[in-house]
Design a protein around this ligand. Structure first.
Ligand code: GLU
Length: 355
């Protein structure tokens, strides 16, 4: 009798174990590529939501701090860098994009999450969006408060990012950014304030929401990205130097002259309003164009600059490029990639319409 009971018990345990294994096998396989930032930050006390050290917590510890993730995905972490994102260089962009592309090409990877400081997150997301040829979800995520702070936002953001990365419906939508319950296109999302958890916004709104691990989509990007992009990280060896000059009252062209003298192949004018250029700066930029330096007009207007070609400045006549709705830092990314293909302003302008 006792033996029969023991056998039945062992059988039940075996069935349960098999179910658990089968269930785990069904979970998507996600790789977390960690680069640092506040999501890996630590402060001296729980009230330090703004003064703390970014890039302190290693990826495995970060993952262990959100055990709920193991119920929605099979995850593993890779520590790419451990830096604050304001220190991202072009080399970091290239290294990260190569790593993400390599992971995306693997059969045992369904999606990728990149943890990142929020300062330049929008630049990296756009760069990956333009250079990694995959339909698999790539989600870039950060946090506005370190994990040690009261009401820290990193744990939920990371959980949400993994959930989106494991979602078949997130495929082929370009590189995504998940922050504060929203799913954004990496193309046009930007950090708009540095002290609130709803810091990331796009003039064109989020693509969807992520609530309790479930994605709700409302729109999809129409611009070229990932598999449809003419840029491919597999073919890019280096990136040309592109610098940004800021427009304001009393502006002069000294910074632009210095950038060109230091070897810039293009300069982005973070102009006022419609990418306007002050009367003192116009001749400097004309001179740079005649020297072969590409000039891109973007707008410094926060949260919705919209530069129209041949408005404010005769772009056709001067051979300049209008950045359209891309903010100056995103315009820098596209200009660098464009220059790996051509320096023809007509072709570069086409890229600014298409991407
Ligand atoms: N400045 C740091 C960085 O970008 C922290 C900002 C953040 O992650 O919110 O990595």
């Amino acid at each position: 009798m006792y033996q029969r009971l023991a056998r039945a018990w062992a059988f039940c345990v075996l069935v349960l174990a098999c179910c658990a294994v089968a269930q785990a096998r069904d979970l998507p396989q996600i790789v977390i590529v960690a680069t640092g930032g506040t999501i890996a930050g630590a402060g001296a006390s729980a009230v330090n939501s703004a003064s703390y050290q970014a890039a302190k917590v290693p990826v495995d510890k970060l993952l262990a701090s959100v055990p709920e993730i193991s119920t929605i995905a099979r995850v593993r972490g890779e520590q790419a860098f451990q830096i604050a994102s304001e220190s991202f260089t072009n080399e970091h962009l290239l290294t990260l994009a190569r790593k993400v592309a390599e992971l995306a090409a693997r059969g045992d990877v369904d999606g990728i999450v990149v943890t990142h400081g929020t300062d330049t997150l929008e630049e990296t997301a756009f760069f990956l969006n333009l250079t990694v040829h995959t339909a698999k979800p790539i989600v870039v995520v950060g946090s506005m408060r370190p994990g040690t702070a009261l009401s820290a936002d990193g744990a939920l953001n990371l959980y949400d990012a993994v959930a989106v990365a494991g979602e078949p419906t997130a495929r082929a939508k370009g590189v995504l950014v998940v922050m504060d319950d929203c799913i954004w296109s990496g193309r046009d999302v930007a950090k708009t304030i540095n002290i609130r958890t709803d810091a990331f916004q796009s003039p064109w709104g989020p693509l969807g929401m992520i609530v309790e691990g479930k994605s709700y989509w409302f729109r999809a990007p129409v611009k070229r990205h990932t598999t449809e992009s003419e840029f491919d990280i597999a073919r890019i060896v280096t990136l040309p130097r592109v610098d940004i000059g800021y427009g304001s009252g009393n502006a002069n062209g000294d910074a632009f002259k210095a950038f060109a003298a230091a070897g810039a192949k293009a300069v982005v004018n973070a102009g006022t309003g419609n990418g306007s250029v002050s009367a003192d700066v116009v001749p400097v930029l004309q001179q740079l164009t005649s020297q072969g330096v590409t000039v891109v007009r973007s707008s410094r207007v926060v949260g919705g600059g919209f530069v129209i070609r041949n408005a404010e400045q005769p772009d056709d006549k001067y051979g300049w490029v209008a950045a359209h709705d891309l903010n100056p830092q995103k315009a820098r990314i596209l200009t660098m990639l464009g220059l790996t293909v051509t320096s023809d302003p007509v072709q570069l302008q086409r890229m600014f319409w298409e991407y």
